[in-house]
Ligand binder design. Structure first.
Ligand code: NI
Length: 262
């Protein structure tokens, strides 16, 4: 079965047909799904989905685009949510410098501060993290290298989701024990760098994901995404690595189960 390591079924784009869609996914061979929070509200919604479906698990965390209004009270609330038995990770958390220039100069410091606080929460609760990093390769790597050097007890740090950087940066992360999350972007025509990264990253370090409702793979690029499209990601990885899709499916399921501990 396919392990979908990253989706957002709490998104309003699923309001019309969420139930029917989630119920149908096992028929598409998708047997486990991690629904990922990006704010306090969506973290609560992720837990509600995990309570409603056996095969849905939750991750709780605040995305770098959403950290502006955070307070220490919100961190306390996040910590309470994170102790729910179906919460398998902290995320998505990280840095996103894409199109942020108009927001003044201190947004990077604000993002870094909340990223570090949420990393500390993950370390405290012994949970892996789901890292979002966009146009922030150097800062993300520096923060994580520093953090895990400080916490040598952590052997399962988590995943760099929707990976978009070079094979060299991927190797720096896999050497630290991270997994690399590969989604629909790998099927795009202009995905040369990501194709190289998949080629050089060992298959036992790769997770498959959709990031639904975003980033639908070819041939459905531009449409609303859902986890039934994950087979296109698996087929593309199989082609790049000269493996069968069945072997990619089997190994990425093992990887996700190891990382999430389920
Ligand atoms: Ni996401």
């Amino acid at each position: 079965m396919i392990f979908e390591s990253h989706a957002h079924y709490d998104d309003e784009q699923f309001d019309e047909d969420r139930d029917a869609l989630l119920q149908a996914l096992p028929q598409h061979n998708v047997g486990a799904i991690v629904n990922v929070g990006s704010s306090l509200e969506s973290s609560e919604a992720s837990i509600a989905l995990a309570e409603a479906y056996d095969y849905v698990y939750a991750s709780v965390g605040v995305h770098p685009d959403e950290v502006g209004d955070l307070t220490q009270e919100s961190m306390a609330a996040l910590r309470t949510l994170a102790m729910h038995p179906k919460v398998v990770a902290i995320g998505e958390i990280g840095l996103d410098y894409y199109r942020k220039e108009e927001e003044g100069t201190d947004y990077k410091d604000v993002q870094k501060q909340w990223f570090q606080q949420q990393l500390e929460l993950a370390a405290l609760l012994r949970k892996p993290v789901i890292v979002h990093s966009r146009e922030a390769a150097e800062d993300t790597l520096h923060i994580l290298e520093y953090f895990y050097a400080k916490h040598p007890e952590i052997y399962n740090p988590g995943v760099i989701h929707c990976f978009s950087y070079s094979p060299e940066i991927a190797a720096a992360y896999t050497n630290m024990g991270f997994y690399i999350g590969v989604g629909g972007v790998v099927t795009f025509r202009n995905a040369k760098k990501l194709v190289e990264t998949v080629k050089y990253t060992p298959i036992d370090r790769i997770l498959v994901e959709t990031d639904s409702p975003y980033l639908a793979p070819e041939p459905n690029r531009g449409k609303r995404n859902d986890s039934s499209n994950i087979r296109y990601v698996i087929e593309k990885i199989a082609q790049i690595k000269e493996m069968t899709p069945e072997d990619v499916e089997r190994q990425t399921e093992i990887n996700a189960r190891n990382m999430y501990g389920i």
